[in-house]
Design a protein around this ligand. Structure first.
Ligand code: ZN
Length: 74
C-alpha cells in the first residue's frame, strides 16, 4: 500500500468513504426501526446474525441468556 497522497485520489477516496458512511447510517436506521442495534444492558452491538433471528431483540446473546436464567430462578 502506497500512502503517498495525491489530492484527486484523496478526494475520490473521501467520496467513497462518505457514500459508505451514508449506506451504513441508512442500514443502521433501518435496523433501529425494527428494534435496536445495541444491547440495552451492556451497550455492545447485537450481532446481525442474532438480529436476523430476533429482529426485536434488545439485548445481546450474553445478556439475554443471563436475564432468562434469572427469570427461571425466580
Ligand atoms: Zn449485553
Amino acid at each position: 500500500m502506497n500512502f503517498a497522497s495525491n489530492a484527486a485520489f484523496d478526494l475520490a477516496e473521501q467520496r467513497i468513504e462518505e457514500e459508505r458512511e451514508a449506506a451504513i447510517a441508512k442500514s443502521r436506521a433501518a435496523l433501529k426501526a425494527s428494534g435496536t442495534t445495541d444491547c440495552v444492558d451492556c451497550g455492545s452491538t447485537i450481532s446481525i446474525a442474532r438480529r436476523r433471528v430476533y429482529p426485536s431483540a434488545t439485548r445481546c446473546l450474553e445478556c439475554q441468556e443471563f436475564v432468562e436464567k434469572e427469570a427461571r430462578c425466580r
